[in-house]
Ligand binder design. Sequence first.
Ligand code: FMN
Length: 159
Amino acid sequence: MPDGATLEIFELDGIPGFNQDEEQNPPAKVAELKKRIREADAILIVTPEYNYSVPGVLKNAIDWASRPYGDSAWNGKPAAIMGASVGTIGTARAQYHLRQMMVFLNMFPINQPEVMIGNASERFDSQGNLTDDATKDFIRQLLQNLVEWARRIGQTEGT
Ligand SMILES: Cc1cc2nc3c(=O)[nH]c(=O)nc-3n(C[C@H](O)[C@H](O)[C@H](O)COP(=O)(O)O)c2cc1C
């Protein structure tokens, strides 16, 4: 992470399927997700690609945190996206679907670098550790740009 920034991880497991009848009284894990999003200066979404789009688990979490209408936790958040795939396209299709959602969510994703890690099986070891130096540099640049972007947006708030 860049100097002065910290990264907190929020795993999406355990979030039930979205039910609009429950959106005024969401499950505890969803309330926690919304709280953590609101406390964050910026959001980094890290995802695989499923059937040429975002995994349903991620879409479900995005939907929960966007509701009830007018109380979306995503509103106005600076964001960055990255993903890895064993295929060659490296989650590009999922990432562009995510960017489309971010239009309605009123999030502000940085454009570059686009961290789409293809051929992931050659870039990670069997324990899941990233071993490829070029990919590490790419991720560092993404995080640097995200932090700078979040600071710029933060400076303009309330002026
Ligand atoms: C339901 C399903 C759909 C998938 N669809 C895609 C896809 O459209 N594109 C792709 O690159 N990989 C696809 N994959 C493979 C994922 O990239 C891979 O499962 C994911 O990166 C997790 O890999 P890991 O278990 O090695 O971390 C799919 C996997 C699943 C389970």
